[in-house]
Design a protein around this ligand. Structure first.
Ligand code: C2E
Ligand code: MG
Ligand code: MG
Ligand code: MG
Length: 280
């Protein structure tokens, strides 16, 4: 019986794998079509100063406006885009939109002149030796001053080859942009590298924020991250803030900026623009 069970499991496993491969291929060709059709949109989620709730900037989050499936979240297409290399083209499209949008807002609203727009960079993009040149030409075309663009790279990605990352981060930093380490606390950072990386911010992973109210360990981890970051002269952003209690705790731990559903969900461009207008 055990043997039979093993065989069934093997069959199910192979079938699942085949379906997985077929699915990746199907998504890949659909992604190619969608890139050509420009079906990807940039949504913007506000990031605020925790001290007074004033607007600090936005994080750009990709959404796929699929003609049949409707709005598709990044969890469903970023991994395939990454696996197939299509993320490089997709990432450039999103970066272009983010820079152009922020520059347009800057021209329209005095308050927007102080804002920063953050864009996520994937492992594949970060591994490209041409990344800094790509970012530079997109910045030039959009007219956005570099100090108003922030790139978010996950801790796992920068620590994958920390020595190489130092050089890539320096090339990006030389453009005059801001750099942030995303999902901080989920990877394995080496303190000596953190000091060598020319980064400006750490973004505490939302899993710690979400556990704050139930486990004191999460509070202690956040306290340690904030203290370490501040001693390295880095600013700290907390993501995934959903409750006032989380906000109050993070503020008392001296976290600098916050982002989450408590303030706003990621918004389509026109609604994000309303948010800027109302913040004036
Ligand atoms: P991330 O960069 O860590 O983004 C934060 C995620 O948390 C976003 O999910 C955001 O919508 C979600 N979030 C924000 N506030 C809250 C909250 O209060 N509660 C909860 N539960 N979630 C919150 P989203 O938009 O689904 O994006 C998921 C991930 O996909 C991102 O994680 C990022 O790694 C990736 N991603 C999104 N857009 C892009 C892109 O343009 N390029 C690349 N390379 N990756 C992207
Ligand atoms: Mg991010
Ligand atoms: Mg994150
Ligand atoms: Mg994440």
């Amino acid at each position: 019986a055990a043997k039979e069970g093993g065989k069934n499991r093997a069959v199910a496993y192979n079938k699942g794998m085949r379906e997985g491969v077929v699915n990746v291929l199907a998504v890949e060709s659909d992604l190619k079509r969608a890139l050509a059709a420009r079906e990807f949109e940039a949504y913007y989620q506000p990031i605020v100063n925790l001290a007074d709730g004033s607007l600090y900037g936005f994080e750009t989050l990709a959404r796929w406006m699929h003609p049949e499936r409707g709005l598709v979240n990044p969890g469903e297409f970023i991994p395939v885009a990454e696996e197939t290399g299509l993320i490089v083209e997709l990432g450039a499209q999103i970066l272009e939109k983010a820079c152009a949008t922020m520059n347009r807002w800057r021209e329209k609203y005095p308050l927007a002149r102080a804002l920063t727009v953050a864009v996520n960079i994937s492992a594949r993009q970060f591994a490209e030796s041409s990344l800094a040149a790509t970012v530079e030409s997109i910045l030039e075309r959009s007219g956005l001053p570099p100090e108003h663009l922030k790139l978010e790279i996950t801790e796992t990605v920068v620590m994958l080859d920390a020595m190489k990352s130092v050089n890539q981060l320096k090339a990006l930093k030389n453009l005059g942009i801001l750099l942030s380490i995303d999902d901080f606390g989920t990877g394995y950072s080496s303190m000596s590298y953190l000091q060598k990386f020319p980064t400006d911010q750490l973004k505490i992973d939302l899993s710690f924020v979400q556990r704050m109210e139930t486990t004191t360990e999460s509070i202690e981890i956040i306290r340690a991250i904030v203290n370490m970051a501040h001693s390295l002269r880095l600013r700290v952003v907390a993501e995934g803030i959903e409750t006032e209690r989380q906000r109050d705790l993070l503020y008392s731990l001296q976290c600098d900026y916050g982002q989450g559903y408590l303030y706003s969900r990621p918004l389509p461009e026109d609604e994000a623009e309303e948010f800027v207008k109302e913040s004036e």
